[in-house]
Design a protein around this ligand. Sequence first.
Ligand code: NAI
Length: 779
Amino acid sequence: MTIKEIFETMDYGTAPESSADALAWIVEQGSRFGHFIDGAMTTPGEGFESRNPATDEVLATLTQATQDDVDAAVTAARSVQPGWAALGGKARARYLYALARLVQKHARLLAVLETLDNGKPIRESRDIDVPLVARHFYHHAGLAQLMDSELPGMEPQGVCGQIIPWNFPLLMLAWKVAPALAAGNTVVLKPAEWTSLTALCFADLCRQAGLPRGVVNIVTGDGAVGEMIVNADVDKVAFTGSTEVGRKIRAATAGRDIAQTLELGGKSPYIVFEDADLDSAVEGLVDAIWFNGGQVCCAGSRLLVQEGVAEEFHARLKRRMDNLRVGDPLDKSVDVGAIVDPEQLARIRSLVDRHAGEGEVHRAACAMPDGCFYPPTLISGLSPASALMQDEIFGPVLVSSTFRTPDEAVQLANNTRYGLAASVWSENLNTALDVAPKLAAGVVWVNGSNMFDAAAPFGGVRESGFGREGGWEGLGAYLKAPSGAAPLVRTAAFVGETAEPQDVDRTAKLYIGGKQARPDGGYARNVYDAEGALIGQAPLSNRKDLRNAVEAARGAKAWSGASAHNRAQVIYYIAENLQARADEIAARIDRLTGGSDGADEVVASVDRLFTYGAWADKFDGRVAQAPVRGLAVALREPCGVIGALCPDAHPLLGLVSAMGPALAMGNRVVLVASEPFPLMAAEFMQVLETSDVPAGVVNLLTGSHAELAPVMAKHLDVDAVWSFSDPELAEVVEREGAGNLKRTWVETTARDWMGPAGEGQLFLEAATEVKTVWVPYGA
Ligand code: NAI
């Protein structure tokens, strides 16, 4: 054989990683696992087998948790939570450091165990999953160290129920457990039924770290156990998994005053412009869709490539696909491993087969092992409406379509109900950075894909869920501001006897799209003062009025694109015009409420507007210190359209307190004014009319909060609902908002609107969502 022939026939040899230590660890544990509750493993009970998907061998037997097991875990977590919180951030940091070091010490065991259980290539579990797990614990040890001084007064949520999927079993555990513990919470975590072994190994590390018993509890089992956790006495639910289950969890927790983060599915676009470095973009795509066999929530599963280079790009892509190595996940030179379970394989097959005949299918020409494997697949030339372009396949299947202009790319990219991640490839940073802000996604990678870090917030918009994991923002999701002790109670409207209007000085209207509008139904209710005298009539808005208001708000998009400086100017102008009518409006407030602090309320309202004008260009994002050659820029973006049911008390300040932060951050609002004192809306709309507020940015309705709440919560074009008036509405707002996984903020305790609690960061955070943009820098 000549040297030339050797080179031509040269191929990778196999480079298997030994599974001996990991299998020995399983045997040492008895090959049968119970749960980890209150610091000890329970006796194994009835359960199910955990298999290696690459070989179908049984690895271990796991226990299906019963209601008693879940109750015991929650009770243990509850009893030690105050003590764990009282230790203080610095003491908790020590435990998190210890866990980080133990993860590093046992890195090989954890990586092999993960690969055996999940089927992902050892290259990934060894080089990505496990190092990121250690990084997560280190980073959160740091956050714990700093939080008492940096976030004074914040409190942990309490007991957190955490439900994680099978695609990154240990990494998702780290994403959930590290911030929860850092913030002073205790947890009851359920790994996915197909992949529980590394979580059980982590339980062992908790013991080795000397973590106080009960702080981390791990129960195993299927979705039924997940439901038990959701229904248990927990203060927060953190979930990663399918959108369908996320929606169920949202509905099941409605009205229970339970904090939530939901990280759900995606169909993330991977946009290649004609001026991209095509070879890099092909390589990036390997990371985007064949990383973990495409079983990644933020997989770049939807390729959008500019027409001029589409043919060339697809040709290079196919060549690269044919060179992928699919096979034994323990082989260090394998690129694509096994699919996690035959059930998931069947799901992928059925979705693809159902649409056979659509598009052109290319399956990688590489050798395929038998068993639970699926070939890397490209389906090109699909129409944007095809189910293959819309539905999450969650396997190594890339779908593609072409576009002509950047505008069309954005349109196609956003043509999905999801909004988790996106990749943009262009050598022209002007193009990439012009497109990035237009993408409906919680994470955007410029010339990259699937980059993660503990310091960089991660999470979605739309049906990809809400809340962020990672960095200060992720820590915030495990903390809360001390809540008011007193329950929120409604204020009753005054009643009167007068049948016919007397002394009625104004016929109030609604304010929709910059114009005063009569209510669609033509109904109004009499409004009385404290003495029972009729002082006016307030329109009763119906669902049509609300829909009109939302449409107007939706149309006023330009506000979100206006500069923060411009928004501040408008807010200052509203304040100025309010000030100009201070005496008159103060007197009106006193008449409406029967009180005497109208003047104070006007002063507080003007001041609050100035505060939010000030905040408009100061509530900045931050650059996360991710260990990459690039910047992870965590930007604060407006939610979009916010609907608010304003507080009963303080009819003016209530409107201002909801409107101010929303407007400052670039949202448009539909405000339902104080129900007992609705006539203030009529005064306020006159102030708005003279203040250069663009039409549709602020819409004012009056009427029954109970009637309007479900309509608002269900409306697909409302992005967030704030409910500040009626504690009884918490349930309906959260339940009805589950449809499009709306962000909701429902108050059930009384807030001191006149004091500092009525404004500030809490409101600005609620009015924004974090978008993390990864940009090459210093490479
Ligand atoms: P899943 O959403 O059913 O499972 C995720 C976790 O939730 C598991 O621990 C499961 O036991 C638990 N669970 C299931 N039903 C529950 C319920 N009613 N209440 C509480 N917990 C419950 O995901 P599954 O069935 O494993 O995969 C189905 C599809 O979901 C995949 O094909 C993929 O499209 C998507 N998925 C998305 C993930 C992501 O990271 N966003 C992760 C896993 C799956």
